[in-house]
Write a protein that binds this ligand. Structure first.
Ligand code: ATP
Ligand code: LTN
Length: 337
């Protein structure tokens, strides 16, 4: 079948990651890995959510570096930038434009119920800005611009997807079928990788270095981080997230990279100590990341090639986004000469 014909038969997939720090094992297991798993079956857009990254105080040079690095990482993981649209959010102005319109269809009450907003405003009490509050509206614009059917994300983004569906439904209720209502694709097991420093909290790239393993960490760094991971004072290896969050998190990570289950990994390690669990997890993670790191090292060297990919792909995304934005402007009565 012709490529164009195949494309029209496939459904649309959209996802994004913020370039707000080093991409973690949590991002990989919760999101990136599923992008790779799904990308053949959909028309995909993978976005670097650089506008979202402005909601926390940041260093401009670092944001620039992280954005290009994330583009290279998407490709290094196996996402082909010709078959998929891999681009930066800020290169396609329709994201910000649709976001403004959707702001006018979103209630303060629903935004104030978002747990990410509550968490982040607690963590960054000196910078509770309006962007942090309306973050889910920009995310809804990202998704709705591309008539997205499926959104692969980690479980922490479930609430944001719900609000996106609500906004789209509300808009369609008034103006007819303008937006496709998206479905989430959220992995059930290992949906949330926890911090190595505090296993009751999500592993997050904007937290301290020792709390996460980065996809691009060198093998020795990975070994050291797992060695220091918080466990507990017992000795038995058992999958029990409630009572043994640290050990269970290591088992989840091990299972995720080996495509097995935490229970099976616990069984296989019976009679051994936490040292063995940490070592096994570190080695399995290193083996999984090695090919990605090798490919990444090649890609990041050729900045011109990456820039070219960014330009072409922003144009491709823009062409689709503009169609939706025009339709929205027309429906809501913005005069178009
Ligand atoms: P930040 O610390 O800046 O909030 P983050 O590490 O939470 O960032 P995001 O850019 O917000 O990462 O998320 C990118 C994707 O990775 C999302 O789909 C999110 O659900 C997923 N994700 C993030 N952290 C984890 C985690 N610890 N376990 C599983 N999935 C995760
Ligand atoms: N908020 C997301 C990143 C993100 C996103 C999106 C994910 C921004 N826009 C659209 C899916 C679809 C996060 O993972 N923190």
């Amino acid at each position: 079948m012709e490529q164009a014909q195949q494309q029209t038969l496939k459904k649309n997939l959209f996802s994004a990651i913020q370039p707000s720090g080093n991409i973690t094992l949590g991002n990989y297991v919760g999101a990136l890995r599923n992008f790779v798993l799904l990308h053949e079956d959909y028309n995909c857009l993978f976005c670097v959510a650089d506008l979202h990254a402005l909601t926390l105080r940041h260093d401009p040079a670092e944001l620039r570096r992280n954005s290009l690095s994330l583009i290279a990482l998407y490709i290094a993981c196996g996402l082909d930038p010709e078959k998929n649209i891999i681009y930066c959010q800020s290169h396609v102005p329709e994201h910000a434009q649709l976001s403004w319109v959707l702001n006018c269809f979103t209630y303060m009450g629903e935004l104030s119920r978002m747990t990410q907003f509550k968490d982040k405003s607690q963590k960054h009490a000196d910078n509770i800005n309006a962007g942090l509050f309306t973050y889910p509206v920009l995310m809804a614009a990202d998704i709705l611009l591309y008539q997205t059917h499926v959104v692969p994300v980690g479980v922490d983004q479930k609430q944001h997807l719900e609000i996106c569906r609500d906004i789209a439904g509300r808009f369609n209720g008034i103006y007819g079928d303008v937006f496709t209502i998206p479905e989430g694709y959220i992995p059930k097991s290992t949906a949330k990788i926890m911090s190595l420093a505090d296993p009751t909290r999500k592993m997050s790239k904007s937290d301290g270095e020792d709390s996460y393993v980065a996809v691009l960490d060198a093998p020795d760094v990975i070994r050291r981080k797992f060695k220091r991971a918080v466990t507990d004072s017992e000795a038995d290896i058992r999958f029990d997230p409630e009572n043994k969050p640290g050990v269970s998190n290591l088992l989840s990570i091990l299972a995720a990279v080996r495509n097995s289950t935490p229970e099976a990994e616990a069984q296989a390690l019976q009679g051994l100590g936490y040292g063995a669990l940490k070592e096994a997890t570190a080695e399995a993670v290193i083996d999984t990341l090695r090919p990605i790191q090798e490919r990444y090292a090649e890609l990041i060297r050729d900045k011109d090639a990456l820039n070219q990919i960014l330009r072409t792909n922003a144009d491709r995304a823009h062409a689709i986004a503009l169609r939706t934005l025009r339709k929205v402007y027309k429906k809501i009565g913005l005069y178009q000469p």
